[in-house]
Design a protein around this ligand. Structure first.
Ligand code: SF4
Ligand code: SF4
Length: 155
């Protein structure tokens, strides 16, 4: 019995041997350890790899073609005001994206690009890090009655 109590107390104060997975929670000493070993972040990927999407709000015209072709309903068009002009801009919900690249192909302004970045895990699928264009939406969106901020769990 005493041995068990000792073991429990010992475990309570023992150094953790695991880390949270999403890379933003990786402890600095873990990254340092990885850098010393064979795995050197960022990890190289093969040519043509489809990772995180990037969005250029400056070149986007708000035409909405990308949201029309998206088979996963991952792109949302919202009303925006830029330089005192009413227009539209997009946000991309990476948690729904299938990385088919249809939006990249159809965009007449090359405003959406595929990158090789693949560390995208998070506990909340609507976390800011998983909604591409979130910060632009905060800046440019014209609030209309009933318009949601960022879609919520279950949407
Ligand atoms: S890559 Fe495909 S699924 Fe992802 S946002 Fe673009 S069109 Fe939608
Ligand atoms: S990202 Fe491209 S396709 Fe989508 S709204 Fe902007 S200009 Fe149009």
């Amino acid at each position: 019995m005493l041995g068990m109590v000792y073991k429990v107390v010992e475990q309570l104060f023992a150094k953790k041997s695991t880390n949270y997975f999403p890379s933003k929670y990786i402890l600095k000493d873990t990254v340092d350890t990885l850098k010393k070993g064979a795995v050197r972040p960022p990890v190289a990927v093969k040519e043509g790899f489809r990772g995180r999407l990037e969005y250029n709000v400056e070149s986007c015209t708000g035409c909405g073609l990308c949201s029309k072709v998206c088979p996963a309903n991952a792109i949302e068009l919202y009303p925006a005001a830029i330089n005192d002009k009413k227009t539209k801009r997009i946000v991309i919900y990476l948690s729904r994206c299938t990385y088919c690249q249809e939006c990249v192909t159809i965009c007449p302004k090359n405003s959406i690009q595929i990158t090789s970045h693949f560390f995208m895990a998070d506990y909340n699928k609507y976390d800011v890090s998983l909604v591409v264009g979130f910060e632009h939406r905060q800046k440019y969106e014209i609030k209309e009655e009933g318009s949601p901020d960022v879609q919520k769990e279950g949407d």
